[in-house]
Design a protein around this ligand. Structure first.
Ligand code: SF4
Ligand code: SF4
Length: 432
């Protein structure tokens, strides 16, 4: 183990590489198969064993998450995952707790898969974009056929088997204008209580493809910046009315952490990139799921241990570049504490002063973080007082309500409404 290796890091493995049985219109990963011409796109048992052995030995923490993604990982067949569970248990150091997760389109799931997931306590991420017409807009199979019924069937099957699952919803130009409809569908029809949203931003490369993170224009499938902000605000308004503490939405949980003054939960909102690398089917390790491209290949774990690759100069530079390339416009932004310029993959616009590197989604994020400022601060106050943030939905007395509004409308540089004489940002607004 190299002395400068991180105490822990996360790897997301893609056992089928980019291969998938669907052909979703906006999928940023499908054409990554061009990176491996002639490959079978199946992780061998040799790579599987080496990966799990190195991964377990590299984690200097009591919990290790073994995480699978694609392409469509279930195309490997159930036997592959049964072997992966057996191997990981055999290789885990004494006392280490293993957590398993998998991201799937759900179309291959049946009783045997669900029974396996439940028995081994897998957390399953199910990709779904909303009700039928919105889901089927881009989520189609290789013959262009809709997939809504197959995905809905998977959700119901998992519920019946008691499998823990969450929803991953790609917010695109079609479903972004239906925030409440999409959100309520996941709650009311699927019984979901964990929802992850992800904005679709597809950059058009000079050759017309969307394979690399290059280019300054986006496809028509991409969500527009203002539309993205409106979507988040629309869901937030529905959530805050009665779902706080019951329904977990990735963007709201992460924002809450920022308003509490602790690191954001999502890597896109942290100051530097996360230690979350990607393992391709052949053992190639890349810096991040969004940068599976030659310039961000760290090496192959069959030739060099992943703990060394995780500590390599190339990975350290990748992690730190997120902060060192943040434009001045972000450095002086009032919501930088929660946004941090979001993901570098989306930083391809010019700031008002002409500096490159502003996030394409900036307008949406600014609108969202400004909108949630009051309620988030109120929830953070409740939490610090040892109360539940969910109390924000309780009816409050007029006096409480007025006080909350006064604090909510205070600017960062205003005198604090509590009368301390300090600026608000150094007093009750310290978490902003
Ligand atoms: S590039 Fe984006 S997704 Fe990848 S680690 Fe950095 S912030 Fe996270
Ligand atoms: S809201 Fe815009 S200016 Fe502010 S930190 Fe985010 S990307 Fe930068």
């Amino acid at each position: 183990m190299p002395t400068d290796a991180p105490a822990s890091f996360h790897v997301m493995a893609k056992p089928t590489g980019a291969v998938c049985n669907l052909a979703c219109g906006y999928c940023f990963f499908l054409n990554k198969d061009l990176l491996y011409p002639g490959s079978s796109f199946r992780m061998s048992d040799e790579v599987l064993a080496e990966y799990l052995d190195q991964y377990m030995r590299a984690q200097q923490v009591p919990v290790c998450n073994v995480s699978w993604q694609g392409g469509e990982p279930t195309l490997m067949g159930l036997g592959f995952f049964e072997r992966s569970v057996e191997l990981s248990r055999a290789k885990a150091p004494p006392g280490m707790r293993l957590e398993y997760s998998i991201q799937t389109n759900g179309t291959m799931l049946d009783d045997a898969w669900c029974e396996f997931f439940r028995r081994n306590e897998f957390l399953v991420g199910l990709s779904m974009d909303g009700p039928r017409d919105l889901h089927d807009r881009y989520r189609v199979d290789r013959h262009g056929r809709p997939t809504f019924d197959r995905t809905l069937r998977a959700a119901r099957l998992m519920r019946r088997h008691g499998v823990e699952f969450n929803i991953l919803c790609a917010v695109n130009s079609a479903n972004a204008s239906h925030a409440v409809e999409v959100y309520r569908f996941f709650l009311d029809e699927l019984g979901a209580s964990w929802i992850q949203f992800i904005p679709v931003v597809e950059r058009v490369n000079s050759d017309g493809s969307t394979m690399r993170q290059e280019g300054t224009t986006v496809t028509e499938r991409s969500v527009a910046p203002a539309q993205w902000g409106e979507f988040l605000i629309g869901v937030f308004e529905e959530w805050i009315r009665g779902d706080v503490g019951e329904v977990h939405v990735n963007f709201f949980e992460s924002a809450f952490a920022s308003f509490l003054g602790v690191p954001a939960l999502m890597c896109i909102f942290q100051e530097t990139c996360g230690e979350a690398m990607v393992l391709e089917h052949n053992g190639d390790l890349y810096s991040c799921d969004h940068f599976v491209e030659p310039g961000h290949l760290l090496g192959n774990i069959m030739e060099r241990p992943m703990s060394e690759l995780a500590a390599s100069d190339r990975q350290v530079q990748f992690v730190e570049a997120k902060l060192s390339t943040l434009p001045g416009h972000c450095l002086s932004c009032d919501v930088r504490f929660a946004c941090n310029g979001e993901c570098p993959k989306n930083r391809f616009r010019l700031a008002p002063d002409g500096e490159p590197g502003l996030n394409y989604l900036c307008a949406g994020y600014r609108a969202f973080f400004e909108h949630v400022d009051g309620p988030m601060r109120r929830m953070a106050e409740l939490y610090r007082a040892g109360r539940s943030p969910a109390e924000i939905t309780d009816p409050v007395s007029d006096e409480d309500s007025q006080t909350t509004q006064v604090f909510a409308s205070a600017g960062r540089n205003d005198p604090c409404p509590c009368g301390s004489g300090k600026k608000f940002k150094y007093c009750h607004g310290v978490s902003r």
